[in-house]
Design a protein around this ligand. Structure first.
Ligand code: RB5
Length: 142
């Protein structure tokens, strides 16, 4: 399964750890950043969101220090549902209720082990559909 991943400098180390940890499971399409040198998070969140918007069935992982900057940026794109997840319960609900296609991690506020568990939960939890499908359909501005 091909999965997009991107971060700013604050998420770089965790991004690299996630890629290594799940290297057998996913084929990563890494959209940067590629070092811990300071960068601007929208420069990485927009390209990832554009890729997901083109094929909303795609999945992606996005990181910055708090997660808020990249989530705000990604959610400007229609059909991108980027969910800020700081524990596995939130990650499960982001899939079950919101059909999130991007998991956003606050790299400065979770451990690498927590990041692995959140990503694992995100990718292994299906959307529940039903009443949630109706709500998700109302997210995009008509
Ligand atoms: C970078 O210092 C930090 O502002 C960024 O990673 C993120 O937390 C922004 O929302």
């Amino acid at each position: 399964m091909k999965v997009y991943i991107a971060s700013d400098h604050a998420g770089f180390e965790t991004k690299e750890a996630i890629k290594r940890h799940f290297s057998d499971k996913f084929e990563w399409e890494d959209l940067g950043t590629h070092s811990s040198e300071s960068v601007d998070y929208p420069d990485y969140a927009h390209p990832l969101a554009e890729a997901v918007a083109k094929s909303p069935e795609a999945r992606a992982v996005l990181l910055c220090g708090t997660g808020n900057g990249v989530a705000m940026t990604a959610n400007k794109h229609a059909d991108v549902r980027a969910a800020l997840c700081w524990n596995t319960e939130i990650a499960a609900l982001a899939r079950q209720h919101n059909n999130a296609n991007v998991v956003v991690l606050p790299a400065r506020f979770i451990t690498v082990e927590e990041a692995f568990a959140i990503v694992d939960t995100f990718f292994n939890t299906p959307f529940e559909g039903g009443r949630h499908a109706r709500r998700v359909e109302k997210i995009n501005i008509p």
